[in-house]
Design a protein around this ligand. Structure first.
Ligand code: ATP
Length: 263
């Protein structure tokens, strides 16, 4: 069966115009993600994790190999994807609510509808803000919010157009440990509610094990998948699972794989 995201034997070489050599970021990279699945990607620094995200969203194209999303070969930016990054880039001159609405101004068919039904879409954005604990905060500017609150708002922005695929590139990396764990739970609940397909890139192995159904471990650059680990604990998971021996065992196992990959 074909996965929702299919990456088949892909290589990606970054080359300056006219240059022969360039950097081979990934090579022999294959992975398949089922619809509705939550997967995490971990690996040594610089192994090509962000490159994988750009390949799956059509921001870069493979030098060799194939990428498809929802059964369609990727030939341009993938409009069914929503994205959140480590540093939420919010437009400082727009209210938080209007930052959340931003993707709707870009992605069809919302763009046309937004013009007609602005009030309805604003209500939707308010509701989404409330589900991440930001009820009534939409009227503030992003710079009036804490880092954790901005990251919550940026998750709303990634989800406002109901994307079938959500790409999370270290979205909790810049937060303190408590806020980070709070946002793991927010993410868990959003996924349970909306059932999108999620790909999370992270350096935090506990985060990967808490959130994911499956974890892909990548080799050092040029990156490819060297291990796939199922996370068998039932979902939804409570934070208390992070203190169980089963959880620690998987974290240790992953750490071992990454140490090997670095060596
Ligand atoms: N636009 C680009 N042009 C040239 N080289 C690039 C470009 N983007 C990434 N690279 C190189 O490709 C390799 C993989 O980069 P990538 O950002 O995908 O890795 P990563 O695993 O996300 O890194 P990190 O773990 O440090 O965040 C690196 O050696 C990087 O220097």
């Amino acid at each position: 069966m074909m996965g929702f995201v299919e990456i088949e034997d892909v290589s990606l070489r970054y080359r300056a115009q006219g240059a022969e050599e360039g950097t081979l970021a990934v090579s022999g990279l294959s992975l398949s993600v089922e619809q509705g699945e939550f997967v995490a990607v971990v690996g040594p620094s610089g192994c090509g994790k962000s490159s994988l995200m750009r390949l799956a969203t059509g921001l870069h194209f493979p030098t060799t190999g194939k990428v498809s999303v929802a059964g369609v070969p990727v030939t341009g930016p993938v409009s069914v994807a929503g994205m959140a990054f480590q540093n939420p880039v919010m437009l400082p001159w727009r209210l938080t609510l209007d930052n959340v609405l931003l993707p709707l101004e870009v992605v069809q068919p919302h763009r046309a509808r937004l013009r007609r039904n602005r009030a309805e879409y604003r209500a939707q954005a308010e509701a989404l803000l409330a589900t991440v604990g930001l009820a009534g905060q939409g009227g503030k500017y992003p710079w009036q919010l804490s880092g954790g609150m901005q990251q919550r708002a940026s998750l709303c922005r990634a989800l406002i157009h109901d994307p079938a695929l959500v790409m999370l590139d270290e979205p909790f990396g810049a937060l303190d440990a408590f806020t980070r764990e709070e946002l793991w739970c927010v993410m868990r609940d959003l996924h349970a509610q909306k059932r999108f397909t999620a790909i999370l890139v992270t350096h935090d192995l506990r985060e990967a094990v808490f959130l994911a159904d499956r974890i892909f471990v990548m080799s050092a650059r040029p990156g490819r998948v060297i291990t796939v680990r199922d996370v068998p604990m039932p979902r939804p998971r409570d934070l208390s699972v992070t203190y169980t021996p089963e959880f620690s065992e998987i974290v240790h196992e992953l750490r071992g794989h990454i140490a090997e990959a670095r060596a």
